[in-house]
Design a binder for this molecule. Sequence first.
Ligand SMILES: [Cu+2]
Length: 513
Amino acid sequence: MVNEPVTTRYYNFVVDELSGAPDGVEKRMLVVNGLFPGPTIEANTGDRIIVNVTNNMVNATTVHWHGLYQNGTNYYDGSDAVTQCGIPPGEWMLYNFTVDDYMGSTWWHAHTETQYTDGIVGALIVHSKEEDVPTYDEDLVLQLSDLYHGFSPDILEYYFTPGGIDGTPGNEPVPDGGTINGVGQYGSYNSSFFNVTLEPNKTYRLRLVNTGSFVAMDFSVDNHVLTVIEADGTAVEPFQVSSVSLAVAQRYSVLLTTNQTADAYWMRAALDQTAFTYNNPGVQVEIRGVVRYGVNDDAMPDIALLDNPPNLPSGSPGSMDTSQLVPVGGGPAPEPDLNVYFEISMQYPDGADYYSHYLAFINSTSWAPLNGTSSLFSHLGSHTPTGSADIDNSQLLTTINEISTVELIIDNLDDGDHPFHLHGYKFWVLGGGSGRYQGQSVNNTAPMLRDTTVIPEYSWVILRFVADNPGYWPFHCHIQWHMAAGMLFQFNVLPSKSAEFDIPQYMIDQCSR
Ligand SMILES: [Cu+2]
């Protein structure tokens, strides 16, 4: 595929509500083309992708192409109330964009309320001959996710229980389990496993994506060491690990060499239980799959090993530490032209009463989606540098009028980890530490460049990006409950350019339906 000439790739996505049982327990789902996960999009760097999304659900929807730059096509970024209005029920929309110079592993998902929690997710793989990764024989996408038996609007309501779940403000709903490529286990409900038969003595690139809503997933394959080669579309200096932890929305490519005894082996995706704030009886904390080679297609690993994973030989590498990530050919991030400071907190809103619940605040602003318009549309045609005046006080905007290197200093005052994602860009992760930022120095030798990074509880982080891509770009926590509670702000980059976007009229008309 990577040798094909640049082309346009067409996809039809039909979004429906149906019931499914990924882990054996019947539940309400929202899915694309009847599939969970949805279709994988595969393209080469430079290709154009056209996706016709038809909405057969009862609520409006959008689809976001995570990690892609959408340079010049901010209106196809798919962020509800930021770059477009939702596609109304019964209507369709054509997303039409190039993948620019993106390369690597990413995904697409609904970006309206908490819809992707219910199943509107899929992988998006961009191949490139220019990608600086070691050679491998084949690749395999593994989508790891937490799973909830409830329907996400109901779970959100539970999260918003006055006073908090179990009487503790801010407690997040604990998942019931999880899935690997749409297959999970739950007690005795399901005895099937995602499984794959490989060939012996080959090197496979496993493209791991956390398509989940809340918890990090720790991935490993029994008896095998993994070599990390890519994170969030950035090729990294290869290093070996025993397991990889992925926060929601993060991606890692790891090489797996099928050079152990011909057999079937368990692969494991363990939910990060440190995020659980109360007991959810029956929760399946480790999701299992099967990798086999040199044996029959129906061979299964020893069931006795399920709960007794074998140890790797002594001297084997340990689990991945994100400080080991160094971009191939990486160097210092440019010095900033502009510094912006953000403070994240979860707290009761002003005037809270007995019926109130925690909201998320960034610099005292709790985001709520605009109604009947989007940040971009309400600014359309306005050439004023700050955009139009009707952006209300639920919107925290940083306007950048000229191409600039922006440094973000972020203090997380909350007791939870927040995996933050910036649309339209990758940022350099210059450093971080516990407590508030108080002028500590950072190491700018070859910082990691990615699009989703965890800001741990009670800690600070410093990020930089070159703001040269026009449009309204959300920067938000990818935990679905936190985003729904308002943990999102926006960069309004080069408004004089975005004011001249040629946005299809029907997209604007969809705001009034
Ligand atoms: Cu969060």
